[in-house]
Ligand binder design. Structure first.
Ligand code: FES
Ligand SMILES: [Fe+2]
Length: 375
């Protein structure tokens, strides 16, 4: 592990001319993965959802990551995140998603209110001195960034408020009015490669002219892409559109966009684990959940205007029309990621030089290096 960490830190660079990838072992080693969990995922703010996933009181979804079984629920007083492991003998009190008035454990029926308070524990009145009022599900720190409608959590009680760390992200996304959008088309994936590979493949358009010759190169060619300067907690790669040809989802455009915003497909990476692909008509929101060094699950939704989501037929037709394109492009990205994971196992492989078109990946690599270097 020490050898991998020094290789990770050795290539740290503040200069694009010397920007290099992390070493291949950072994508294969179990020890390095465990260090990432400790220094990144157990310490940082993690963007895990959008407010439309818990729009009404009682709406909930569940999320499993890094050994924790979480429940994200809208209680009377706002969105809260709990461990959903029963306080009695640890059965999960909820699964999937839905709307509930309370959560009742399927094992012995202990029942919890939306705010995590134990309300009822059958037959426990026979136990002397047991007071349900003193029992409450462990809560995970959560913050909603209202201007973006995004839900963040952290397992750390030391992390500063996330809003301060996002800098000007809300300005960039202002015209898309993310907080008003609603979810459609939820999807899950499970992939046999490292979480950083999955994110990186979707964070640059450098590969479009080869790996996506028949798909994205036609709509968003490599030559029209460029990256913003990195920020502390996020980065952005613009993929410019080649033609006026219909974009991926073919829904009515968001109202009030600037001309430039109508022509870009913007790839945002909110560190460490969240990707927003911003089209002029929909936003693909993806949470990337590492599960070991070479396994990564993701959960994605599209965010669209509420008046568009209300037209179910329109939404269905738009996604059906673009399905062939997105399936093929998705397969191309999957294959590219598999190739990279395979090569990363080679002992003869070493870190590679980033092209300027991959500055977003360099920003991400520097973020990982800084977190790993921290005490
Ligand atoms: S484990 Fe939940 S009530 Fe027993
Ligand atoms: Fe791609």
């Amino acid at each position: 592990l020490e050898r991998i960490v020094s290789a990770v830190l050795a290539d740290a660079s503040q200069n694009p001319a010397t920007a290099r990838t992390l070493p291949p072992a950072a994508f294969t080693s179990k020890e390095f993965y465990d260090l990432e969990v400790e220094k990144i995922f157990k310490r940082e703010w993690l963007c895990i959802g959008h407010v439309s996933q818990v729009a009404k009181v009682g709406d909930y979804f569940t999320l499993d990551m890094f050994g924790e079984l979480l429940l994200v629920v809208r209680a009377q007083d706002g969105v809260r995140v709990f461990s959903r492991v029963c306080l009695h003998r640890w059965a999960p009190i909820a699964n999937g998603e839905g709307n509930a008035k309370a959560f009742s454990c399927p094992f012995h029926g202990w029942t919890y209110a939306l705010d995590g308070q134990l309300m009822n524990a059958p037959f426990m009145d026979k136990r002397e001195g047991f007071d349900p009022k003193s029992c409450r599900l462990p809560e995970v720190r959560a913050e909603i960034v209202e201007s973006l409608g995004l839900i963040f959590i952290t397992f750390s009680d030391r992390a500063d408020s996330i809003s301060d760390q996002l800098e000007d992200l809300p300005d960039f996304l202002k015209n898309f009015r993310l907080s008003e959008l609603v979810q459609v088309q939820p999807a899950e994936t499970d992939a046999p490669f490292n979480w950083k590979i999955l994110l990186a493949t979707g964070m640059e358009a450098y590969h479009h002219f080869i790996a996506h010759r028949e798909t994205f190169e036609r709509t968003h060619p490599t030559r029209l892409s460029w990256c913003e300067n990195g920020r502390k907690a996020w980065t952005l790669c613009h993929a410019g559109a080649a033609t006026e040809m219909p974009l991926t989802t073919e829904l009515p455009l968001f109202p009030g966009l600037r001309d430039q915003e109508k022509k870009f497909l913007d790839l945002y990476h909110i560190f460490p684990m969240t990707r927003l692909v911003v089209y002029p008509d929909a936003v693909r929101f993806r949470v990337v959940i590492p599960d070991g060094p070479t396994r990564t699950r993701t959960r994605a939704i599209y965010l669209v205007r509420p008046e568009v989501a209300a037209q179910a037929e329109l939404v269905k037709a738009a996604f059906a029309a673009s399905q062939k394109f997105s399936e093929q492009a998705g397969r191309e990205d999957y294959d590219a990621s598999v190739m990279q994971q395979r090569g990363a196992t080679s002992a003869l492989a070493s870190s590679g030089a980033f092209s300027p078109l991959e500055a977003s990946l360099w920003h991400f690599a520097e973020y990982v290096r800084a977190r790993i270097a921290a005490n």
